[in-house]
Design a binder for this molecule. Structure first.
Ligand code: BES
Ligand code: ZN
Ligand code: ZN
Length: 552
């Protein structure tokens, strides 16, 4: 996909299709249709009437412009009522237009920045442009690399742009499109990793993907092999991997967005590249989707990519314990006891509750960084899908303020999170007679008992657990998320990082960036240990975090 900002009028904009947004409110609707009629000198009002188009959310009308515009096709998209307008509606409307344009065999689509009265809608031009890019591009995602027949090449839309003739507005659009591009490419990558079958994405190839991303976008990686994992005493990861022919890996990613010794935010992603359940084997129906049990890992890799590309002013560590969970003669068995990094033990009652076993090692290891906070993302429990379905991530943690930030980030990105309680009464469900904790909490409150298991491995630090099992793996299409792996978590955590960066010294960071004195490897162990593997950061469009004026 190519991403562009164009400084042009509706008439001048070059594209296979142009899309114009209109509001449903009568007064706005009529003026907008009149303006279009004037610009095009075509009987738009008649066409609109004929098609009974009223600007409602999701409605579309399409016409050929007969050389009245540089673009041959025009798509008018309804935004619904001004009072109900949100960035999410904008994403959905852009998605509908993009899909329509692709159906019409357009190779490119250009979106007119919507004309919205500033009294009713207070989002910035940057955010609106970003939302348009996200909605359109994310809706066009296809996992078609294994289709060898013509379907693959047929009618793909491959250019998306947002345009406005005014220079200052154009500058903001440019910035929003740059942000949207970084986010969409990371979400595409996360979706590709999720959807890839487990014979393509297994622990070592997942590590290779992280390494490639690091080299491309400018962060650092180190990958521990099985020997190192043994030396470090990651008993959970080793135990889960013991039934698999493929060796486990532990992936460490670092991005230094600040030159000072600011404690990093640590992201941890569950990297089960295939979850057969182990000896407590899953039923075969639906097992195939467990190739996506590394969605947490995909979200962490995607987030690292965006942070590095946009040079967000944060210090970030990404940790991914990765393994398959397979049954075999050497596999972990119910009743086994494993010793995690740091020494705590857990009793394995059910080998299918493997995510918590590998995350325990990573959570305990994260303490080494003296993190400002730890956020883990995991397709952890079916119970969370039962509770929240596919439209919300289960959120649990020990810090209300951080959870509040994630909640707001969820509302803005529409990757919504919903908090579940960690009442201490639930704890007795995971008490073991033979080890410090057991990995199964019984029938009830499975998402909560899983989180309480994780909590045992968090050392005096702010921590939030995101159970993404529902929204990560979709069984039907959503407006801009085709079924399959959704890439959930990337947009949510990037938004958290934006807020985090803005609160923690964006201004100072900008000053330093402009004097270009940034240097990697400045922090103490283990944060700065892998200086030698540093790759050159890739220059990308500058993105301003300062708030821009509302959409004119
Ligand atoms: N990876 C699964 C959870 C899952 C289920 C993710 C559905 C996405 C969709 C996890 O490892 C698992 O198997 N959990 C068990 C836990 C149980 C054995 C306590 C579950 O939820 O059934
Ligand atoms: Zn499992
Ligand atoms: Zn799993």
């Amino acid at each position: 996909m190519r991403f562009l900002a164009q400084k042009s009028t509706l008439r001048q904009t070059k594209s296979d299709a142009v899309a114009v947004f209109v509001l449903q409110n009568k007064r706005h609707f009529e003026t907008q249709i009149q303006n279009l009629t004037k610009t095009l000198r075509l009987p738009i009002a008649n066409i609109v009437k004929l098609e009974r188009f009223a600007g409602k959310e999701g409605e579309l009308v399409q016409l050929y412009t007969e050389r009245k515009l540089a673009a041959p096709r025009l798509i008018i998209v309804g935004l619904g009522e001004l009072e109900k307008l949100t960035l999410e509606r904008m994403r959905c409307a852009a998605a509908a237009a993009a899909k329509k344009a692709e159906q019409l065999k357009a190779k490119s689509i250009a979106f007119n920045l919507p004309q919205i009265p500033s009294d009713g809608f207070r989002e910035s031009v940057e955010d609106v442009a970003q939302a348009i890019v996200e909605g359109s591009v994310l809706s066009l995602y296809k996992f078609d690399k294994y289709l060898t027949e013509k379907k693959k090449k047929e009618g793909k839309l491959s250019y998306v742009s947002v345009f406005h003739p005014h220079r200052l507005v154009f500058q903001q659009i440019k910035s929003g499109v740059g942000m949207g591009r970084a986010v969409c490419e990371a979400v595409y990558h996360a979706r590709d990793l999720e959807n890839a079958p487990s014979n393509e994405i297994y622990p070592e190839s997942l590590a290779a993907a992280a390494r490639d991303a690091a080299a491309k976008y400018g962060f650092q990686t180190i990958v521990w092999d099985k020997k190192r994992i043994e030396r470090e005493g990651f008993g959970g990861l080793l135990g889960v991997s013991s039934g698999s022919a493929r060796p486990p890996v532990f992936i460490i990613m670092e991005y230094h967005g600040r030159e000072d010794k600011v404690p990093p935010l640590v992201l941890i992603g569950k990297g089960i590249t295939f979850d057969a359940g182990g000896i407590s084997i899953k039923p075969s129906a639906g097992m195939a989707e467990m190739k996506m049990d590394m969605s947490g890992a995909a979200a962490v890799i995607g987030t690292m990519e965006v942070a590095a590309r946009l040079k967000l002013p944060v210090n970030l560590v990404g940790l991914v314990p990765a393994t398959e969970n397979m049954p075999s003669g050497s596999a972990l068995k119910p009743g086994d006891i494993v010793r995690h990094y740091g020494g705590k033990t857990s009793e394995v009652v059910d080998t299918d509750a493997e995510g918590r076993l590998i995350l325990a090692d990573a959570l305990a290891y994260a303490a080494k960084y003296k993190p400002a906070a730890v956020v883990d993302l995991a397709t952890l429990t079916g119970a969370c899908v039962v509770a929240l379905g596919h439209h919300a991530t289960g959120m649990m943690g020990n810090d209300e303020e951080l959870m509040g930030k994630l909640k707001r980030a969820g509302e803005k990105t529409y990757e919504r999170v919903w908090q579940l309680p960690l009442f201490e009464e639930y704890e007795k469900q995971i008490k073991s007679d033979v080890a410090d904790v057991k990995n199964l909490g019984g029938k009830w409150a499975g998402a909560i008992t899983a989180a309480l298991f994780l909590k045992k491995f968090v050392k005096d630090c702010k921590w939030v657990h995101l159970d993404i099992a529902g929204p990560a793996i979709l069984d039907e299409d959503l407006p801009y998320t085709p079924k399959g792996g959704s890439g959930v978590g990337v947009r949510l955590v990037v938004e958290l990082l934006r807020v985090w960066g803005a609160l923690n010294g964006w201004q100072r960071h900008r000053k330093r960036m402009s004097s270009s004195s940034a240097e990697a490897g400045y922090l103490s162990e283990p944060w700065g240990r892998w200086k030698s593997e540093t790759t050159e950061p890739v220059q990308c469009r500058g993105v301003r975090l300062s708030s821009s004026p509302p959409v004119p």
